[in-house]
Design a protein around this ligand. Structure first.
Ligand SMILES: Cc1ncc(COP(=O)(O)O)c(C=O)c1O
Length: 516
């Protein structure tokens, strides 16, 4: 079995080497070092165009604006590509707002999400003329007062939290338990309930400093299915109808459906999707039951079971962008029609994050060490020069990424090992997965790492974060350089009483004192 990865995008295997667009990824490592984040410009553009065309086909009566979530990947060069492709932007923080504006994004298509929003941030939003997506009661008087002081109109949208009572399948966001999606969405911190809007609606609607231009919702990727999206859109349309009536027949100019569409090779939530946790649970039970039989028997049986444990990225693909678009637009239009809302001229907006960036990025790492445990149970550990601390966004969501040995893509996967990272934690990046005949120096490519990974990397263990390269055709450009030790200590300072380095003798003295 040489490979089992579906390459329908910027990736291909050529003579056993993984290519991104026209660039051999093993050459990228040779040129830029390891580990390395790599993005495909072409894939990103293709994703934008596919989202736009698919949603426009289902929403012919108004414009469609794709406003990718900056949080998923806010690198300035990536944001510039998105702007060049005609995108708006969903931002969550003052930093993301600055990056979107610096990239040249039209402020009318910047949705400023999140709460709490600081007054200074609100002021910048109004000065810049971006959309403020209202998400708390407290921000309303601030918006009103700051807009009045500036003599400007603040254009806002209401972030609605519509009850998803028609969708009770368990949320995949919650790895630890089978929480129904409707409850998981309800307890999520973002969004305004109808009662919230009853409270703030009159001030928003009556203020001469504020214009309510539309609505926003975002529940996130609780499930990958189109059925989940249909329910979201039904619930959203119903809530929009209710709020429009409450606000005296308000007619929205824009309706933003947020993000949460799955990445095609959806790596999401190994804890609920893959069998390894169940296998480990069985192992745990056996381990306890076998204890009275003594170590030899216990290890013999456990060894047999351990040999059978294998982690495997999910092979089932997420719905296509076109399926998502069809499901969303059909359900939203039908729901709005039921509420008596004429959709003509309403701009439909969407904020894909993971599905926009995920498959445009890979992470390349090099095998540095291989350990074989032989007794009492056989086990192989392959250590690579990256770490889960550079995949934090994905680890948080229990991702199990598809992977390819970039220099051995055609070799049979005959072995099995834990692929581990270099931090002092267990750092099991790919637990108990199939591997070819691996050697030190082989290059491992983690696929679909374009969203939430690089931007969440930390300096744990004082490790220097890797560089990022943008591939376009056969060219490659560094868009974020590798960190240096100077970068690492850039924010640190030494109080004057600690400024002098202690002498070796003084350290001996402290140790001696400690002994007494
Ligand atoms: C307001 C908003 N829009 C869009 C997104 C993007 O979500 P995803 O990456 O799941 O598409 C998020 C992510 O949290 C968000 O909070």
């Amino acid at each position: 079995m040489p490979r089992r990865v579906d390459f329908d995008d910027c990736l291909s295997l050529r003579d056993g080497h993984l290519f991104m667009e026209e660039a051999d990824t093993t050459e990228l490592v040779r040129q830029f070092g390891s580990p390395l984040f790599v993005y495909s410009e072409n894939q990103l553009c293709r994703n934008v165009r596919r989202f736009r065309a698919a949603f426009q086909a289902g929403w012919p009566e108004g414009a469609v604006k794709v406003m990718p979530a900056a949080k998923a990947n806010w690198l300035p060069a990536i944001q510039r590509i998105l702007v060049r492709e005609g995108c708006g932007c969903d931002v969550y923080s003052p930093g993301e707002l600055s990056i979107a504006l610096a990239a040249g994004c039209n402020p009318e298509f910047i949705s400023v999400n999140g709460f709490p929003k600081e007054p200074a941030h609100i002021r910048t939003c109004i000065e810049q003329g971006v959309r403020i997506t209202v998400d708390s009661l407290e921000e309303v008087p601030i918006i009103d007062e700051v807009a009045a002081a500036l003599g400007r109109i603040a254009r806002v949208r209401l972030r609605i939290k519509a009850p998803l009572s028609g969708f009770i399948r368990h949320s995949e966001f919650v790895a630890e338990g089978l929480v129904p999606t409707d409850l998981a969405a309800l307890v999520y911190k973002n969004g305004l309930t109808f009662e919230d809007i009853v409270e703030i609606g009159p001030r928003l609607a009556n203020s001469k400093n504020i214009e309510i231009v539309g609505f926003h919702q975002h529940n996130g990727r609780h499930r990958a299915t189109t059925a989940y999206w249909e329910e979201q859109m039904r619930a959203y349309a119903k809530e929009i109808g209710r709020v429009c009536r409450l606000l005296g027949g308000l007619r929205p100019k824009e309706i933003d459906i947020g993000g949460g569409f799955a990445i095609p090779r959806d790596p999401f939530n190994a804890a609920t999707h893959y069998s390894e946790p169940a296998q480990l649970a069985v192992l745990h039970v056996f381990s306890k039951l076998l204890r009275p039989l003594g170590a030899r028997v216990r290890y013999a049986i456990l060894g047999f079971l351990v040999d059978r444990i294998a982690g495997k990225p999910k092979e089932e693909r997420a719905p296509t962008i076109e399926s998502y678009a069809g499901a969303c637009t059909r359900a939203l239009r039908a729901g709005l029609a039921k509420e008596g809302i004429d959709t003509r001229g309403i701009m439909l907006q969407l904020e894909p994050g993971r599905s926009m960036h995920g498959n445009a990025g890979i992470h390349l790492a090099t095998v540095k060490s291989i350990k074989h445990v032989r007794r009492p149970i056989r086990w192989t550990v392959v250590a690579v020069d990256t770490t889960e601390f550079w995949f934090t966004g994905g680890r948080y969501e229990h991702h199990l990424h598809h992977y390819v040995f970039a220099n051995k893509g055609n070799e049979p996967m005959t072995g099995r090992a834990d692929i581990v990272g270099r931090s002092c934690y267990g750092d099991r990046l790919l637990p108990a997965v199939r591997i070819p005949d691996v050697e030190v120096g082989d290059i491992l490519a983690f696929l679909d790492t374009g969203a939430y990974q690089e931007v969440s990397a930390s300096n744990f263990n004082a490790m220097l974060r890797p560089p990022t390269v943008l591939v376009t055709g056969s060219d490659a450009f560094v868009i974020r350089r590798r960190e240096t030790e100077d970068d690492l200590m850039r924010r640190d300072s030494m109080p004057s009483h600690l400024a002098k380095q202690p002498s070796a003798a003084s350290q001996d003295f402290v140790e001696e004192e400690g002994k007494d």
